[in-house]
Ligand binder design. Sequence first.
Ligand code: UDP
Length: 469
Amino acid sequence: MGSKAPIHVLLVSFPGQGHINPLLRLGKCLAAKGLFVTFVTTEDAGKDMTASNNITHKSVTPVGDGFLKFEFFDECLKPNDPIKKSPSTLTPHVELVGKKFISQMIKQHEATNIPISCIINNPFYPWVVDVASDHGIPSALLWIQSTAVFSAYYHYFHKLIPFPSNTEPYIDVQLPSILLKYNEIPDFLHPSSPFPFFGTLILEQFKNLSKPFCVLVDTFDELEHDSIKNLSKYIPIRSIGPLFKIDTKTNISGNFFMPDDCIIGWLNSRPLASVVYISFGSIVHLPQKQVDEIAYGLVNSKVSFLWVLKPPHKHLELQPHFLPNGFIEETSNKGKVVQWSPQEQVLAHPSVACFLTHCGWNSSTEALTLGVPVLTFPAWGDQVTNTKFLVDVLGIGVRLGYSQAENKMVTRDEVKKCLLEATIGSKAEELKRNALRWKKAAEAAVADGGSSERNLNAFLEDIKKLAHN
Ligand code: UDP
């Protein structure tokens, strides 16, 4: 480090892949711009991250003009501890342990030349904001879903508009920027959600929204102009994405798994715009029967495909999927099934035609930013709202699956029909044209002078001012 110590920013992430990826991308951007960034998550996630990437606990890596360091905190649980089995027991436990750890980190750094000047969290760890304010340290939130989804939670929490309830479960929700049907709102907010715990957890972040000095969103102004403008009336919101698109000239990644190394070579051997990429993100686990229908739909449509069929999440007691007898042999000249992919590289590959996705916000932004049309297959939460957005607002998607709350099976015939619609003919061409428009807009947003670039620089100036006060 040079003579003048850099400003130290602490990033604290919930240990999900879809949470770590965007916060780490932000961390790399801030480091590249000269800050000292410490990225913290649980030791459990840290083990997977260090096993699959060239990172280690506590080592400091130069990134651009600054530095990036990882620290992992011990959750103080035995491998088979029953607390781990349910988010409703794990969450309060990690809050206790995490609060103590972050407080200690703050104290340890107070007397050094890199005291912590700012703390940034993502939404499933709402308690981080409290630790920051208890220590008088400014904090910011990185919202890792869309602004429209933020707006839904905000309006729900403040009771600004009617939402579906037990007595009126099927009413529409009129957000300022978009009308959502009862089954298009983030479904953790619906009274019939099978996962109400996550709705409650996310709403915790809205209870203390006055504490962060700024809410950063991994989106860009051109994509969600109306939602951003409307929310700006209530909160200091800055769109700084797509973070994935900002080149920090480092290949540091927080992937939990090593991708199968044959994938890019295989894609190189396929014709241009011919492959359907299929992935349901890091957590969603489809019913076996649905996997069978997708498999037969692929065989019958005769499209080429790359399918990520990952083992079930390690903390969920689920059975691994199996493919129909003879599927691998029958599709070996056209398809490939893998356990994990380097998704950014896959979506950027010219052989990829479209993406059958569960519509997590990271997957959604990665697709549209790389100009790839989508077939939507949401499972829960914001994925159902993202589906609406991708299909009806952005014009880059064909609707295929239903949320798990709707409990509907998509048949092999529907899979075949939609696969063909998204890959061949005039609809496919229209989707591709729209996707390429969004790709251009995303590139412009993060380029010099673009909306996200300006917002990120303004955030950096805020941090500098606060650090010097
Ligand atoms: N991802 C990946 N390889 C895969 C599947 C997913 O690299 O085979 C990455 C993907 O690029 C994205 C993240 O994992 O950044 C998943 O986040 P998303 O919000 O899409 O879904 P979640 O896993 O949170 O449901």
